[in-house]
Ligand binder design. Structure first.
Ligand code: ADP
Length: 398
């Protein structure tokens, strides 16, 4: 069965068509600037040339129409008609406490997703627009929602509660939810599979280090803690997000800089993280690595602070699980950044970790980067959220 995987943002839409039997991506692409001047679609059939078309898209329905046209196009399309698309899997950012697993989309499910809009005002409405657009254009094709938060719903109360008045949890559901769940689930399962061990017997820490970054603790196949919170702002220092800070800084800065809460939040989300900490050198770790090796003090400070924070979370999650068997690095930086991995592992001598430098410098598929006598195994595993969404979709529609 071919599964169309859709990841809808407020003005963008990423898609992949995945064959569920071979688990290969048959075509993929991106619509950008939806509803804005200069909209464009990029489309790449597997093994073919990337095509880029600047074409107006008034809304997400227009964008999905163009995606379906590209997929069925006579020359470069990959399917003859829409009947060859068996189901659609949608990435949905926030499932609140309502969704602890993926679900087949019905009118009731859409209403429940809408009820979570408050918790992710930038993301959930866009996800719903994508679902509605597909419903209009492919009314009989089954659709599944896969939530970023679902994998973390197994966290115990002590891990998800904040030290705030309890009434705010009761009234507004303010608690920690966590994100990147599809990736943490995919990578932790893959680690067990690669090592030939039973997923339910392992204590695994996953470090998803991309532009957005989070760590999770997976004990006996269940997530028991994760570093992002009510929103994706908490936890690690990220590309442009601050991660954990003293909340009193918000008031302090608002007074000193004469800024509103919204302006401060914009700084914490878009101007902080490694970008801000490096005094605007870059949010891209390739630039920061280059700077680090060249002895640029902004890059050195940033790399050290970033890695220290990751190491602290690993320590915390080792405590939370009373041990750790496997540590996995994934996403852009985790998969491609040997410097970050080795700088983090330098803090982990107490876990008996012995890094295999040669393996750590490799790129590509899943790789163990510790020596055989290392007491704890460290690996890098490329994440594949689209494949995970396609698998969930097939499981639910079959
Ligand atoms: P997201 O999906 O959150 O936007 P990604 O998982 O694609 O992010 O990760 C993006 C990050 O990965 C960027 O900061 C980029 O610098 C980093 N990255 C990509 N390739 C490399 C590389 N070869 N070396 C170091 N970092 C890399």
């Amino acid at each position: 069965m071919n599964i169309l995987v859709i990841n809808c943002g407020s003005s963008s839409l990423k898609f992949q068509l995945i064959n569920s039997e071979s688990e290969q991506c048959i075509a993929k692409g991106l619509c950008e600037r939806i509803g804005i001047d200069g909209s464009m679609i990029t489309y790449t059939p597997a093994g073919g040339e990337k095509e880029k078309n600047v074409t107006p898209m008034a809304d997400h329905t227009d964008a999905i129409r163009l995606v379906l046209e590209a997929l069925t196009n006579e020359k470069t399309g990959v399917v003859k008609n829409l009947d060859e698309i068996g189901a659609v899997g949608h990435r949905v950012v926030h499932g609140g406490e309502k969704f602890s697993a993926s679900v087949v989309i019905t009118d009731e499910v859409m209403a429940a997703i809408e009820e979570c809009n408050d918790l992710a005002p930038l993301h959930n409405p866009a996800n719903l627009i994508g679902i509605n657009a597909c419903k209009t254009l492919m009314p009989t094709t089954p659709m599944v929602a896969v939530f970023d938060t679902a994998f973390h719903q197994t966290m115990p109360e002590e891990a998800y509660m904040y030290g705030l008045p309890y009434e705010y949890y009761q009234k507004y559901k303010i608690r920690r939810y966590g994100f990147h769940g599809t990736s943490h689930s995919f990578v932790s399962k893959k680690a067990a599979e690669d090592l030939g061990k039973n997923y339910e017997d392992l204590k695994i820490i996953v470090c998803h280090l991309g532009n957005g970054a989070s760590v999770s603790a997976v004990k006996n196949g269940k997530c028991v803690d994760t570093s992002m919170g009510l929103t994706p702002l908490e936890g690690l220092i990220m590309g442009t997000r601050s991660g954990d800070i003293d909340p009193a800084i918000i008031e302090f800065l608002a007074h000193k800089e004469n800024k509103s809460i919204d302006e401060i939040m914009n700084i914490l989300n878009k101007k902080s993280g490694v970008l801000g900490l490096s005094d605007n050198l870059s949010s891209d770790f390739r630039d920061l690595e280059d700077g680090y090796f060249a002895g640029n003090e902004n890059a050195v400070r940033t790399m050290k602070t970033f890695c220290y924070r990751v190491a602290k979370y690993i320590g915390a999650y080792t405590a939370a699980m009373n041990g750790v068997d496997v540590i996995c690095f994934t996403a852009g930086v985790g998969e491609n950044g040997p410097l970050v991995r080795s700088m983090v592992c330098e803090y982990l001598g107490y876990l008996g970790i012995k890094l295999d430098e040669e393996a750590n410098n490799k790129r590509g598929d899943d790789t163990v980067i510790t020596t055989p006598d290392s007491a704890t195994t460290v690996m890098f595993i490329p994440t594949n959220e689209e494949l995970a969404i396609a698998r969930e979709t097939v499981r639910l529609v079959k």
